[in-house]
Design a protein around this ligand. Structure first.
Ligand code: F6P
Length: 376
């Protein structure tokens, strides 16, 4: 039977491995369709396409390599661009962070001639469908492949940013929120001991969703997101004033989350956590201020948020996305599209579909809920 190929692209996200396990196991056990794994995202695909389009005989060699991998007891050779995924290759990977296939950002894939080469290769290998697991840019690549070929192309949202507005959740978000709650708990211990303000910068690209979900789940006192618009000096002063007010009422410490996408007015080149630290410190140390020795410590949490064991929530969502992806691949009347969680139901939505209007409302509701729940 013609194989289905799968790749992970862009920033890795927890849940990618659970998805690979599910797509391979459902392929082999339920649908009896072989699955090829493409290493290192579009970059691996492009590398393989260049090989094959170069010397003659490379296609035969690539096909031999792919077949030789079958039954290789889970050994993934770093030299291989494409591998046959068998039961063993996805054994024991369910909750593991990262992706066993590797992932990459591939600027070359913006070029139509490079995508053409990739499509030619997939066609030569007899691939009937391609599954692309990744975030915004990766799904744009998937949409272009769908438009430019006769392949069935299915996208699967995986990004800790939760910035894809057509799905309530992407793979990786639940785990990243879990990691942030863990991190906040650790920062609270030291903040409380030193009676300090901790400013923690979360990832999320242009979206504040990861930060606001983490604030709601951890009880962080404040959360600042890009959706509130650029942060002025005056706005920073009023946040500092709010903290000072809480200290006056006996509060000993504060945790402030700031999303990496927050912009400043005037614009700043440094990380938001440091800009905010300086503004807060300036305010607390003004002449006659009541808490002049109140210290502020910034931390940029960075890639810590991308790793770690996936939560059961992400593993379950991965299995549900994989099941829906197979339905779309095997349905003769099925269309290209992306697996999405809408109203708690997994379905396929077309590439370039409208945003879910509830998503923005949901974010606003979370902000309001957080405001009403944080006790000062
Ligand atoms: O999209 C996921 C993400 O982790 C963003 O939150 C962050 O802005 C970016 O990727 C970091 O990219 P990189 O891993 O390439 O440094």
């Amino acid at each position: 039977d013609s194989p289905v190929a799968v790749l992970c692209s862009g920033g890795d996200a927890p849940g990618m491995n659970a998805f690979l396990r599910a797509i391979v196991r459902l392929g082999l056990n339920r649908h009896h369709v072989p699955v090829l794994g493409i290493r290192d995202g579009y970059r691996g695909l492009v590398r393989a396409a260049k090989l094959v389009n170069g010397e003659s005989g490379e296609l035969v060699r690539l096909k031999q390599e792919i077949t030789a991998h079958a039954g290789n007891r889970g050994l993934i050779d770093a030299q291989q661009c494409i591998i046959q995924m068998d039961h063993a290759s996805v054994s024991g990977i369910m909750g593991k962070g990262g992706t066993i296939l590797g992932s990459a950002r591939c600027m070359d894939f913006h070029k139509p001639e490079v995508r053409r080469g990739a499509i030619d290769l997939l066609e030569k290998l007899g691939v009937k469908a391609l599954v692309v697991v990744g975030g915004d840019g990766s799904l744009t690549g998937a949409r272009l492949l769908a438009e430019e070929s006769s392949l069935r192309v299915i996208g699967v949202p995986a990004t800790i940013d939760n910035d894809l507005q057509f799905t309530e959740m992407a793979l990786g978000v639940d785990t990243a929120v879990h990691t942030l709650v863990w991190a906040v708990d650790h920062f609270i211990d030291t903040a409380r001991s030193h009676r300090r303000v901790m400013v923690l910068e979360t990832m999320g690209r242009e979206s504040g969703d990861l930060a606001r979900m983490a604030a709601l789940a951890s009880g962080a006192e404040m959360v600042i997101t890009p959706e509130s618009g650029p942060l002025t000096e005056q706005a920073m002063m009023s946040y500092a004033e709010e903290i000072e007010g809480a200290m006056t009422r006996g509060r000993g410490h504060a945790i402030v989350l700031i999303a990496e996408g927050v912009q400043f007015d005037p614009p700043q080149t440094r990380n938001g956590a440091y800009v905010l630290r300086d503004a807060f410190q300036k305010y607390f140390q003004r002449e006659g201020a009541p808490f002049q020795d109140l210290e502020v410590r910034p931390s940029v949490l960075g890639h810590l948020q991308r790793g770690g064991h996936s939560t059961p929530g992400d593993c379950i969502l991965a299995a549900r996305f994989a099941e829906e992806a197979w339905k779309a691949i095997l349905d003769p009347a099925g269309a290209n599209g992306i697996t999405a969680l809408q109203h708690n139901k997994v379905q396929i939505v077309p590439f370039g579909c409208e945003d879910l209007p509830e998503r923005a409302l949901h974010s606003q509701a979370m902000d309001r809920l957080h405001d009403d729940l944080s006790s000062w």
